[in-house]
Design a protein around this ligand. Structure first.
Ligand code: PEP
Ligand code: MN
Length: 372
């Protein structure tokens, strides 16, 4: 059960104290206070943990300071939708809005290799009006002898250049909690020239200690990739780990699942799960066509498979697109074969916009047909 306090009920108020005292006296029920920062307002949600079936929602709703009580199913307590349309969803970070209702594109380098390539990438983004990107500094690799990313050595020039080119948010994978500190320190040193969304990769979806550490910090939002060999439910529980530690600014990213049934794509594309995620949770939903499809193969119509996959996700209402580009894919140190060219960025973005328009048109059609 979630008890939502009125937006004007501050921690110092009498109503707050009376309500918390009452809840603390409920036998066999533990309380956990969670601050939710929405785009418009901040709210306090109090989670009642234990056997809440016998509690009267009406009685709790009558307490001073309580606005509403939401009964929740057991799964995804914090991030779940729980058939409640009124709870805050979405968040703003560094001036960029993330929600289930809008769309942001994060085109960029799978792995940072040289400052020149970073700058060429960022320039192309600025020319195309983009304020988000992806830049991998810490790369988890299957083969221990493969390039593992430049790590903290590249952060100063990545952040400084990002600031110069007007980038507000960089999606950057972390594989260890020390990486979060390194990013934090470097942002501090570079005067917060840009912002970072921490990415948890598919190989770490169930790295519970990493999830807990990243969930404990409140500075950065998190983009969690679906685990490539586990169920959707297991991946959603991984997202809930982040929220249960205090960070509910979480974006959930579909990136395909591992099976040879997806051949010749790198993974079996799972973007038909976009609406499922929106139904089950309040998280913005990201799609990663690059790591799903994994090639620059084209269909006979001239479009890349990965553009078709992107459109499939966007036409179903995806909220973020995370996609690999590179100024010189043959020289890329990681995932060159799936990177699109900078000269193709404008085309890719127009194609995404066309798919988004189709989605919005489908929404209007739905409204019209459900009106009567
Ligand atoms: C990535 O986005 O660079 C990446 C490694 O993705 P995934 O974790 O989905 O394989
Ligand atoms: Mn990659």
């Amino acid at each position: 059960m979630i008890v939502i306090l009125g937006s004007n009920v501050g921690e110092q108020s009498e109503d707050y104290r009376l309500t918390l005292d009452y809840l603390a006296r409920l036998p066999g029920i533990a309380t956990r206070v969670h601050k939710v920062q929405g785009t418009q307002q901040a709210l306090t949600e109090i989670y009642l943990i234990g056997d809440t079936k016998t509690l009267s929602a009406e009685e709790i709703e009558a307490l001073p300071g309580v606005e509403r009580v939401v009964r929740i199913s057991e799964e995804y307590r914090i991030l779940g939708r729980h058939q409640d349309e009124q709870r805050i969803s979405g968040f703003e970070y560094n001036g960029v809005l993330f929600s289930q209702d809008n769309l942001n594109v994060f085109a960029g380098l799978c792995a940072v290799d040289t400052p020149e390539h970073v700058e060429l990438m960022l320039r192309a983004l600025r020319e195309n009006g983009q304020v988000c990107t992806r830049m991998g500094a810490y790369k988890p690799r299957t083969n221990p002898y493969s390039f593992q990313g430049h790590g903290k050595a590249c952060l100063p020039y990545v952040f400084e250049l990002a600031g110069q080119y007007g980038i507000k948010v960089i999606a950057m994978e972390v594989t260890h909690e020390s990486h979060v500190e390194e990013i934090d320190e470097c942002l501090e040193q570079t005067g917060h020239a840009t912002g970072v969304m921490l990415q948890i990769g598919t190989r770490n979806t169930q790295n519970f200690e990493l999830l807990k550490a990243v969930g404990r910090q409140q500075e950065f939002p998190v983009l969690l990739k679906r685990g490539f060999g586990i169920t959707l439910n297991e991946s959603l529980n991984a997202a809930e780990y982040l929220a249960s530690e205090g960070n509910s600014r979480v974006v959930f990213c579909l990136r395909g699942v591992k099976t040879n049934m997806g051949d010749p794509h790198r993974n079996l594309v799972d973007f038909s799960h976009v609406p499922v995620l929106k139904r089950l949770t309040r998280m913005p939903v990201c799609i990663d066509p690059s790591h799903s499809v994994g090639s620059r193969d084209r269909a006979p119509d001239g479009l890349y498979d990965l553009m078709h996959a992107t459109a499939q996700g966007v036409v179903s209402g995806a909220n973020l697109v995370l996609v690999d580009f590179h100024p010189a894919p043959t020289k890329a140190l990681v995932d060159g074969p799936q990177a699109m060219l900078l000269s193709e960025l404008g085309w890719f973005l127009e194609d995404v916009a066309a798919a988004r328009e189709a989605y919005e048109k489908r929404q209007r059609l739905t409204e019209r047909h459900s009106a009567g």
